[in-house]
Design a binder for this molecule. Structure first.
Ligand code: GLN
Length: 196
């Protein structure tokens, strides 16, 4: 399975490395023309305003919406989660507006700007290592969104069909099971599109 990592800004190389460990082929994506050859795409962490602006400039907003509407899986981590959301607390403009959720940027405040912890993630394990860096939280979800993980009662991972979102950086640990989970989503989407 060929998985793209949107390479406009942010943590790209680490994701490509993790995709490889999980058994897929990771490629850096800089042009919309590359989307046609991908089975799934990851939108990495970084700075969501910058990533959103560059996505608009390079035509990725419409093209990734189309990619997702075709049933191909999209995984947003940290800033990527913000990019996927329908709504961002306190901001007028959202980005891809693919996932039925409202998110809050930099939701942990200055005291907990970055930390590492273990999370119970539905469908993976009770203990998965996760690194949070100026992380967002999912404050509200629609009925079609499945909550996969919470931390202190707040939502930090969710799935809506072929869309996956995590507040944290799963690529910054040596635990690649979150990438394995995404790769399984990609394999399933791939085999059901072949059957169709
Ligand atoms: N704080 C960043 C934002 O709001 C996200 C941080 C990250 O991706 N590590 O865009």
């Amino acid at each position: 399975m060929k998985i793209g990592v949107l390479a406009l800004q942010g943590a790209v190389a680490e994701h490509i490395n993790m995709i490889g460990k999980a058994g897929g082929e990771g490629v850096a994506v800089k042009k919309t023309e590359q989307l046609a050859e991908l089975d799934g795409i990851i939108i990495p962490g970084g700075e969501s305003t910058t990533i959103g602006k560059l996505m608009r400039e390079y035509g990725f907003i419409d093209e990734i919406r189309l990619f997702a509407k075709q049933g191909k899986p999209v995984f947003g981590t940290c800033a990527g989660l913000i990019i996927l959301a329908d709504d961002i607390v306190g901001e007028e403009q959202a980005h891809l507006k693919l996932m039925n959720m409202k998110v809050q940027r930099n939701a942990f405040g200055r005291q907990r700007e970055s930390f590492e912890t273990e999370l119970a993630i539905k469908g993976i394990d009770e203990r998965v290592r996760a690194v949070f860096i100026r992380a967002p939280l999912i404050k509200e979800v629609g009925p079609d969104v499945d909550v996969l993980s919470t931390h202190n009662g707040e939502i930090v991972a969710a799935r809506q069909g072929n869309l996956l979102a995590a507040s944290f950086h799963p690529e910054l640990t040596d635990d690649y099971r979150m990438h394995e989970y995404f790769l399984d989503m990609v394999k399933q989407a791939h085999s059901s599109s072949v059957q169709r």
